[in-house]
Design a protein around this ligand. Structure first.
Ligand code: VGL
Ligand code: ZN
Length: 190
């Protein structure tokens, strides 16, 4: 894969709560970790910027079931479940983008309510390579917003997995991202 001066890597919500055993587990969510570790290598070798988004909810967030939301409590700020998965080799210098911190409003996209666009433009980034969880929620929303903001997107198919509240959500999300202009890159390694 080519990595140029206009490329950055976006790791979406690779947190303990989205992996097996967590509060809102994505089936085989942890299987993407070695894949992402391998794909990160050409970016760190080329000293390209890496961003890691995290779901970062206050207790009693509006998206939680206790408040009539769709999700069990997950990724509560400063709890072990909100931590990045320990097996993910987060490169030195990775910029953490926290989202979903407003108690009254959910945010799936890493761009939603964050300064990600401004940071990317400041670095003259034009193309994003994206992987993480979940394919049908935060990855989907992040990819669509990136494209709408004018960034090119390469989505790592083996670097993402869906939570699939409804069967087929993962496939539908993938098709929508492709139709919106994302390049779907296959392979367990670069
Ligand atoms: C996510 C559901 C709720 C995600 C976050 O990261 O995809 N999904 N909050
Ligand atoms: Zn959430």
């Amino acid at each position: 894969m080519d990595v140029s001066a206009h490329d950055a890597f976006i790791l979406v919500d690779m947190q303990v709560d989205f992996c097996p055993g967590g509060a809102l587990p994505v089936r085989d969510g942890d299987r993407v970790i070695p894949v992402l570790n391998r794909w990160l290598k050409p970016f760190t070798d080329a000293r390209r910027p890496v961003f890691a988004s995290r779901d970062w909810h206050p207790p009693h967030h509006v998206s939680f079931r206790e408040r009539g939301g769709p999700w069990p409590p997950h990724c509560v700020q400063h709890t072990p479940g909100a931590a990045f998965h320990p097996d993910l080799a987060i490169p030195e210098g990775t910029v953490i983008i926290s989202k979903g911190s407003d108690p009254e409003r959910d945010a799936y996209s890493a761009f939603d309510g964050t300064d990600l666009t401004r940071r990317l433009l400041a670095l003259d980034i034009r193309r994003l390579t994206v992987g993480g969880l979940a394919q049908d929620y935060c990855v989907h929303a992040t990819v669509l917003e990136a494209l709408a903001e004018g960034f090119a997107v390469r989505l790592l198919q083996e670097g993402t997995r869906p939570v699939e509240v409804q069967p087929g959500d993962g496939e539908r999300a993938l098709a929508e991202m492709r139709e919106a202009g994302a390049e779907i890159v296959t392979g367990e390694q670069p």
